[in-house]
Design a protein around this ligand. Sequence first.
Ligand code: XMP
Length: 313
Amino acid sequence: MDSKKFIDEKIKEIEGIEGRAVVGCSGGVDSTVAAVIAGKALNDDLLAIYVDTGYMRKNETENISSVFETMGINHRIIDAREEFYEAMKGINDPEEKRKIIGNKFIDVFEREAEKFDADYLVQGTIAPDWIESGGENRDTIKSHHNVGGLPEEMGLDLIEPLYDLYKDEVREVARELGLETAEKQPFPGPGLAIRVMGEATPERTEVVREACYIVEDEIGKAVENGELDRPWQYFAVLLPVKTVGVHGDKRAYGHTVAIRAVYSTDAMTANFSKIPLDVLDRISTRITNKMKNEVNRVVYDITNKPPGTIEWE
Ligand code: XMP
């Protein structure tokens, strides 16, 4: 595929529309590429909306702001953390978490989009999103993977510039656009909420946010050093069990963090990554040093998909 030609064509197509458009940007590759292409076509008639749900990765909000600034995209960063945390109080069931986050996201997004008086919604839908769902019937299999029915709810016409592309092609387009986001691993819509087993309180979320950051950072460095190939996804989850540890000369109960890293080409099946023990050692030591009072045990998930899934919830 000729990425430059693709970008030029899509910009031309979108330039042809009459009216204004909004795009929901999560910081991931697909939505960022869609936003940048649409922004180049529509200039100030595009508004990119990023909602900080409180379940985003460490530094995500700062990173996306800087991408918008650099690319000159008209944008709004919405700090909705309190609203989401409130809605998630006492919620333990993974599907309920997904539903609540999806609905809340629609609420917040709609509120902002209405203010902008948009006619169109730009989405970063890519080929596997609809192919895996059985062609026309796009929502069947991966319904839980969409962040809620934005278009139907809002009555906006859809613009999906990446509709026919596969992930590696989107990454190529991202590189052509000069986006660092190009190499980013996939991140689920409900975010860190489904990486905290059980209730995703702000405190527990903070622990998993830091642990995910450390896993990403250490594996990123190890990849650069040639110690392993970059896995498809690599992150941490916070388990709902406390175990005994030693804190100074006292016994203490602390949280347990699991490390998950997999190789995959499409997320439908996956093999656990054989991370070198030295790298695991660095991750474990850094997590337990950084969060001395919270975490005293780190375990490594060695399950393939199937029978496991990539995420734990
Ligand atoms: P599983 O855990 O089902 O994940 O093996 C397959 C891929 O999908 C991502 N995932 C999600 N993405 N909303 C999303 O947008 C979700 O609710 C969700 N659940 C899982 C997961 O990270 C992996 O890439």
